[in-house]
Design a protein around this ligand. Structure first.
Ligand code: C2O
Ligand code: CU
Length: 785
């Protein structure tokens, strides 16, 4: 079984509910639009939902009525005028705060009550905090006032899922601030009721306040598709199935125009107009050639100071499920050779380009000499086909790194040009793990995964990248280039995993079934605190070092477990893909392994990692030195794409985990979509930016991922040649530092970074979604001294 398995873990619930409130003007506009196009239906639905949610049980209402809790506090008269200034979601500052605020709305009987619930970021070593099933984790903090005072009435908050059951108590709530604990659901509501008793386990009293999670604003876009485009007006379930069938039928067949319809992984609804979209570029595919040799598995090269490596980029043939696919590789291997060196080493790399197009090699995360950073057009000219370039790669920091071309990354990375660099710490003391594995995580988009098809990478844009909107999501998962990876370990061993995400755009939520997992390191070093986690969130180009241990023998899956969003029906569904299997053998020896002394289920301080960060700790509270905005400018998108994207702006999930807009994403090119890094203080964008620093500077960068962008989504931002620490995100301080070179910035987030400028030269900062980089999302800065 080598095909990645997909299963649906969540029912696709219909969520034709409406929100009670319009805290944002955008919402108001959308609501108006929806009412105009489908007034009756919306009305019927709101009515139904209001009845369901607002109607307290008649008996209970009477009972509490007798206890006289219904009434208006006389001092609330003033309040009523300006309450929006305190507990309204609108009153919050900060980018994307509407994405993290649930507006509470009073019932008529409690019209003086008001409040909001903030969805705060819980502690997490990752760019976004999710549960094991990929659902977003939030800490709920209620800010409420105007609850009437009464000695024998208590106000209780209830958490209600989008299907209205089950209902869970979040505890008693008072005027002021109440922490309600952690919740992880895609969409939910909070109800606050007046109860006679604090220990009620079921809601009995009348409803006082209620609200829906911001994600609940997502409404099925069939409202939108119903009216202006008459072709869609009859779209029903049946029509949707037809259009899906068309997409599936055509997937993988290269048509007369040279394009194959992109494969569609999920049974999602697509508007028919999407099916006629085509990218506005010529298709490019790598012609099949059976003389090209089959790739060999990766070699592990231990290199010493001054050693020379011959490295060539060349065509290779890969075999997946008995079909041969033309790809690229370093030295004819998949992935490229794993290069292991000691910290402080320099190795010489004689690079040869045996590909039919120009390229170069970038040493990701390595603070090396600027001349060898491998960025065509910035630090070197691209190496022409048949050409050579000599790199001197100096490794100042221990950790796990990788190398890849920095030119048409959408093509080269997708086709497999990547390898790992493992840098051992200087004067390393004895290891505190029993075994180590280096895993490169990837996905590739292939046509014709159905039985009997010839496989090929879905064609690329010749002149420029397609998949410019969200990046190219793959349909076959690869771990170290293999479609179903297998690892054999022993029970009780501590296994150190060095994980690198080399995919073009996919953020993984990795789950190691049956294992204890502790995160110990990331891009450029180790965490101050080793922390137990349920899963590992890793964005493109990020690395995480995790220690895992299996307590039982058996076969365990390693999966990617995420929540995907069907944009048309506005429903989330769980998608779980098996990336590999870990075979855990019964412990063969009675001997105590190194791992036996480790407790992976606890937080453990790493003193040496903490010391390594001391040099910049004093700078944490400095003023913001530079601001950076991440946004998007779209021109000339086809109307069907533009309309759907506009309707989608009500709410943006923190991370777009899956390619659930396959057609419009495929058809978008960097000619229609410009992704932008902007310095709001100078107005300069992308390559026009000209930040200058001196060696020794430590600066604070405030990076804002524009919530109002035409399409907001996450960006893994990478800074070349230096290292930085994440200080805080959306007002939540990071108390567990680690040196990073790439950081995942969720949609609508604000993140402060402390950047240490240690390495002179002209360096790049960019989004590491390959298609975003190709769509302009890059800038350079200079460090002198
Ligand atoms: Cu992994 Cu600018 O690169
Ligand atoms: Cu990006």
């Amino acid at each position: 079984m080598s095909k990645a398995r997909t299963e649906y873990t969540g029912a696709k619930h219909s969520t034709r509910s409406t929100t009670f409130t319009a805290p944002h003007t955008r919402i108001a506009r959308f609501a108006c639009f929806a009412v105009c196009v489908s007034g009756r239906r919306l009305f019927a639905i709101s009515l139904l939902v209001s009845v369901l949610l607002a109607a307290p049980r008649a008996g209970a209402q009477q009972a509490t009525g007798e206890r006289n809790v219904v009434g208006v506090n006389p001092t609330d008269a003033n309040h009523a005028v300006d309450w929006r200034d305190d507990v309204s979601c609108d009153a919050l500052d900060g980018e994307g705060s509407d994405l993290r605020c649930l507006q509470l709305v009073p019932t008529v009987a409690f019209e003086a009550a008001r409040g909001r619930i903030l969805l705060e970021r819980p502690d997490s070593p990752f760019g976004v905090a999710v549960a094991r099933d990929g659902k977003p984790r939030h800490e709920l903090r209620a800010e409420v006032d105007g609850l009437p005072a009464s000695r024998d009435t208590f106000f209780v908050a209830w958490l209600v899922t989008e299907v209205l059951e089950p209902v869970r108590s979040l505890g008693v709530i008072r005027n002021g601030v109440t922490e309600l604990g952690e919740v992880s659901l895609n969409k939910f509501r909070v109800l606050i009721t007046a109860e006679a008793d604090t220990s009620v386990i079921e809601r009995e009293g009348p409803l006082v306040l209620r609200g829906s999670s911001p994600s609940s604003r997502l409404q099925g876009h069939d409202f939108a598709f119903a009216s202006p485009l008459s072709a869609y007006s009859a779209r029903s379930g049946a029509a949707a199935r037809d259009s899906d069938a068309r997409a599936h039928d055509h997937a993988g067949v290269i048509g007369a125009d040279g394009w194959a319809m992109p494969p569609v992984r999920f049974d999602i609804v697509m508007p028919p107009g999407e099916m006629d979209l085509r990218p506005d570029v010529e298709p490019w595919s790598f012609d099949f050639d059976e003389d090209v040799p089959l790739a060999r598995p990766q070699s592990w090269l231990r290199m010493s100071d001054g050693d020379t490596l011959r490295l060539s980029a060349q065509p290779i043939r890969r075999r997946f499920q008995s079909r041969d696919v033309m790809m690229f590789g370093f030295n004819g291997e998949y992935p490229g050779p794993l290069i292991e060196v000691a910290q402080g080493t320099t190795v010489i790399v004689n690079f040869r380009n045996l590909l039919p197009m120009p390229t170069a090699v970038h040493w990701h995360g390595i603070r090396l000499d600027n001349r060898f950073d491998g960025v065509p057009g910035v630090t070197q000219d691209p190496v022409e086909p048949g050409g050579e370039f000599v790199y001197e790669v100096y490794f100042p920091d221990a950790g796990i790194y990788w190398y890849h071309p920095h030119h048409r990354e959408d093509v080269f990375q997708e086709l497999g040009l990547y390898g790992n660099l493992l840098v051992r710490p200087e004067g390393a003391v004895g290891a505190d793990f029993d075994r180590e594995e280096v895993l490169l995580l990837d996905d590739i988009l292939l046509t014709g995964l159905a039985e009997g098809d010839a496989g090929a990478a879905v064609p690329f844009g010749l002149e420029r990248a397609n998949y410019a909107l969200m990046g190219r999501f793959g349909n076959l998962f690869l771990v170290n280039g293999e479609a179903h990876h297998r690892m054999e370990v022993d029970q009780r061993e501590v296994i150190r995993l060095y994980l690198t995400n080399v995919s073009n755009t996919r953020t993984f939520n990795l789950v190691f079934e049956g294992a204890e997992v502790q995160v110990v390191g990331s891009d450029v070093g180790m965490f101050e605190w080793r922390v137990p986690v349920e899963s590992v969130v890793i964005a493109p180009a990020e690395r995480y070092v995790v220690d895992i241990r299996y307590t039982e023998p058996g076969e365990f899956a390693m999966t990617n477990a995420v929540q995907a969003l069907d944009h048309i029906s506005a429903t989330y569904f769980g998608a779980v893909d098996t990336l590999g299997t870990v075979a855990v053998g019964a412990s063969t020896t009675a001997e105590v392994g190194v791992g036996d002394s480790r407790d992976l289920t606890r937080r453990v301080r790493n003193e040496s990692a903490a010391r390594d960060l001391d040099a910049i700790r004093a700078q944490a509270d400095r003023q913001v030195d530079h601001r950076l905005e991440l946004t998007l400018r779209a021109t000339d998108l086809p109307p069907v794409t533009e309309q759907l994207m506009r309707a989608d702006r009500m709410y943006f999930s923190p991370v777009e985990w899956e390619g659930t807009m396959p057609m419009m994403n495929w058809a978008s090119t960097s000619g229609q979509v410009a992704w932008i890094l902007r310095d709001p203080d100078t107005g300069k964008e992308n390559m026009a930016m000209d930040w200058r620093f001196s060696v020794g500077d430590v600066v604070k960068l405030r990076v804002v991922n524009d919530r109002d962008a035409f399409h907001a989504m996450q960006h893994p931002l990478h800074i070349h040649g230096q290292r930085f620490v994440v200080l805080e995100q959306d007002g939540r301080r990071n108390e567990n530092w680690v040196w990073k070179d790439t950081v995942l910035l969720p949609a609508g987030s604000t993140t402060d970074l402390l950047l240490e400028l240690s390495n002179p030269g002209v360096w790049m900062v960019h989004c590491h979604i390959a298609e975003h980089l190709e769509s302009g999302m890059k800038a350079i800065f200079e460090v002198t001294g």
